[in-house]
Design a protein around this ligand. Structure first.
Ligand code: G6P
Ligand code: MN
Length: 445
């Protein structure tokens, strides 16, 4: 796990522990991080999770080893999870504040903020890809590192189809839609299409018929869950699909921007404070000392409760559902993917993979986020059929932004960086894009 001192690592370990009883489970987890203090804190949470697991009579927990040496971490691994945050939360704050000073959206993955984050992250992701290719050429890389679409595409230049990007937002949307329809998500087929953080659920098939049109007619059911509350029944009906929550920044750009601008702190600022006190508290706790897990879990809950707070504020102010606070999206996708590959248990997951002709109008090497069939040989995107012009148009525009970002990050080209920012549909002026680039002191490699 690269970014092994990261806050969400215990979620992954939780699913590994649940899986430990099954055949062919993982035996060892190596946590790699550049920061030994963070590694120590997270290792303390994991050791308490392992103790709880064996206390309940569970099968042997995967052992945990920590290291700050990348090559050592990669040695003999079957799966590499990458979930790093280059520049830390300080970087995230800059990605928010620099565009905001220009009245542009500063967000972790969307708008100018996402481009700045990509520019900083891609060189590091490429280095990782090269080390994986050299040290663990047979490993599968599961990329959580944001901006996940462009990072996965950049890494695929080195690793081909051995890198697979994942995100919890499509699976969360599908689960919520199934619940609103009154069906078990495992019995439904979800027709979802897009790029990472830019997608639409177009059909929900149950017993061979699409149940989405009926849901779209039912205001109460529609506004009973997150996406319905964010976008409103009228717009969802007009659109004829359920957008990924991140499309709120596009469809309600003005309101989202205003809410972010008016908030006391940006998401990055809030998290920097929250996470600082979490890691500080854990550094005062001895390894094996009870309480690390409780501290982590309380912090996790607060993080979940405050997720996308400004967007919720901008759409009327509402609280997240209990069932959306438990996590389980992010880690379950990762485990299901790993299992499908390791045990050759074919399954369908919404993943970030090269399109290879699955999406008409999108070129073969472009990483898209679509339902994909996974087995021991990797992930294959399923053919999506025709894409509506407004969806394809937005996808192509964002793909151009992602590719300009990759080009700028790899070559250091200022022109490519300017193109990346100025072509973003949420950046409304080339001069403003130039100011953002200047303020971010982009210097390439
Ligand atoms: C979701 C997205 C991730 C993103 C995260 C941000 O899980 O799918 O890509 O990083 O939210 O959450 P945060 O608590 O860091 O604002
Ligand atoms: Mn995501």
């Amino acid at each position: 796990m690269l970014g092994g001192g990261g806050f969400r690592v215990p979620l992954i370990y939780r699913t590994l522990l649940q899986d430990a009883d099954g055949a062919g489970h993982r035996t060892e987890l190596v946590l790699h991080d550049t920061d030994p203090r963070r590694l120590k804190a997270i290792a303390a949470v994991l050791s308490e999770q392992a103790a709880q697991h064996s206390g309940r009579g569970g099968a042997a927990a995967p052992s945990v080893r920590v290291t700050t040496d990348l090559d050592e971490a990669l040695q003999d691994t079957d799966f590499v999870f990458s979930a790093i945050r280059v520049g830390g939360l300080e970087g995230r704050i800059r990605d928010e504040r620099i565009p905001l000073a220009e009245e542009q959206l500063g967000q972790e993955t969307v708008g100018a903020g996402g481009v700045l984050y990509g520019l900083r992250t891609i060189p590091v992701a490429m280095h990782i890809a090269e080390r994986v290719a050299a040290v663990a050429p047979n490993a599968w890389v599961i990329n959580f590192t944001n901006p996940a679409g462009m990072v996965t595409e950049a890494m695929s230049g080195v690793l081909g189809d051995r890198v697979i990007g994942i995100c919890d937002s499509p699976v969360g949307l599908c689960r919520r839609a199934a619940r609103a329809i009154g069906t078990d998500p495992d019995r439904a087929t979800f027709d979802y299409i897009g790029l990472n953080h830019l997608g639409w659920l177009r059909r929900v098939l149950v017993d061979g018929s699409d149940r989405l049109p009926a849901l779209l007619e039912d205001d109460v059911a529609l506004e009973s869950f997150e996406e319905g509350k964010l976008f409103g029944a009228e717009w969802l009906r007009a659109l004829g699909a359920l957008p990924n929550e991140y499309l709120h920044y596009y469809y309600h750009h003005r309101e989202a921007l205003a809410a972010i601008r008016d908030a006391d702190a940006t998401r990055g600022e809030f998290l920097a404070q929250q996470q600082d006190s979490f890691y500080a508290e854990l550094s005062r706790t001895e390894l094996g000392h009870r309480g690390a897990f409780r501290t982590w879990d309380a912090t996790r809950r607060e993080r979940e409760e405050t997720y996308m707070a400004e967007n919720r504020e901008a759409s009327g102010g509402w609280h997240r559902d209990q069932c959306d606070l438990d996590g389980g999206g992010y880690d379950r996708v990762a485990l299901t993917l790993m299992r499908a590959i390791a045990r050759n248990e074919p399954t369908t997951l919404i993943l970030n993979v090269r399109s290879r002709g699955a999406v008409p109008g999108i070129d073969e090497d472009a990483v898209v986020e679509v339902p994909s069939l996974v087995d021991a040989n990797g992930a294959y995107p399923l053919s999506t059929g025709t894409v509506a012009p407004h969806q394809l148009g937005l996808m192509l525009q964002l793909k151009a932004v992602e590719r300009a970002t990759i080009e700028a990050a790899m070559s250091g080209s200022g022109a490519a960086a300017l193109r990346a920012l100025a072509l973003h549909p949420l950046v409304d002026s080339v001069s403003s894009a130039a100011c953002i680039l200047e303020a971010a002191a982009f210097r390439g490699r």
